[in-house]
Ligand binder design. Structure first.
Ligand SMILES: NC(=O)c1ccc[n+]([C@@H]2O[C@H](COP(=O)([O-])OP(=O)(O)OC[C@H]3O[C@@H](n4cnc5c(N)ncnc54)[C@H](OP(=O)(O)O)[C@@H]3O)[C@@H](O)[C@H]2O)c1
Length: 240
């Protein structure tokens, strides 16, 4: 049996089933804080979180760029994620924190690592434990087929995504070394396509032929994991 087929047998399709509680489902309404809310993924995250009944605090550098207007379920805090004192009021009292912060561009960067460190510091001070962040499938080859493992991914890690990948790995290390209840999402290339509700996930390894995921489906999955204990201290690969 081909290697890919063996892996697919272990995959979950549509329903992460990360929890013994059952299938993918909406988490109970929570107070959640979203970093990177003016980014492409953050925009989806805010929209879906508000629409599914969560009380959201969106942390932004420029509130004019937030797509969803402030309202009963959306509080906006203008602050730089890199400044722990400034973001502390956004984290205090939250049930969970989600971050879609990442570098804009592919040059040398510490945005993922520095934002993770700042968020972790504030969460530890505030006693907030649940953290879900977005990394990328580029950081690992586990679960990939030979073409990706031996040719394509090593190539992009040496070239186009060299700095971004190094930063993601350092961010993952910061998060992994924390005592928080973290989950790290590892999506492949993100698209702006509409939500399908149909995606594959895998735990602590990548998905064979997992080339893209829509941001809309990624954030649906992130929100479904908010209260999923089985996803704690796990890296979740996801792909359409
Ligand atoms: N694009 C892909 O195909 C892909 C693939 C795999 C993983 N990822 C990861 O997925 C996540 C979301 O991707 P995306 O394409 O939705 O991101 P994006 O649209 O580029 O948004 C990035 C977010 O990070 C914030 N940010 C960037 N630099 C910052 C800085 N120096 N200080 C404070 N905030 C800063 C931005 O804030 P402003 O709006 O204020 O600039 C924005 O909210 C990122 O972590 C990315 O690395 C992306």
């Amino acid at each position: 049996m081909p290697y890919d087929m063996i892996l697919i047998l272990y995959e979950t399709r549509n329903k992460p089933r990360l929890s013994s509680k059952g299938d993918r489902r909406k988490a109970n309404a929570m107070k959640i804080t979203i970093f990177g809310a003016t980014g492409a993924t953050g925009t989806c995250l805010v929209e879906q979180a508000v629409a599914t009944g969560h009380q959201v605090t969106a942390v932004v550098r420029d509130p004019a760029r937030l797509a969803t207007p402030a309202g009963q379920r959306l509080r906006i805090l203008t602050a730089d994620v890199m400044d722990p004192a400034a973001i502390s009021p956004a984290v205090a009292g939250a049930d969970a924190v989600l971050s879609a912060v990442g570098p804009r561009g592919s040059g040398p960067t510490t945005v993922s690592q520095d934002s993770a460190r700042s968020i972790i510091e504030v969460m530890q001070e505030s006693g907030v434990r649940r953290l879900i962040t977005v990394s990328g499938s580029v950081v690992t080859d586990v679960g990939e087929g030979p073409l990706m493992s031996y040719l394509l991914k090593p190539m992009v890690r040496r070239t186009l995504l060299r700095h971004v990948c190094a930063d993601m790995r350092r961010a993952e290390e910061e998060i992994g070394a924390s005592n928080l209840d973290w989950t790290i999402m590892r999506p492949p290339r993100l698209t702006g396509k509409a939500a399908t509700g149909t995606y594959r996930t895998a735990i602590d390894r990548n998905l064979p032929r997992g080339y893209t995921i829509s941001r809309a489906d990624l954030v649906t999955c992130m929100l479904s994991l908010l209260d999923d204990e089985a996803s704690v201290h796990r890296h979740i690969a996801i792909a359409n």
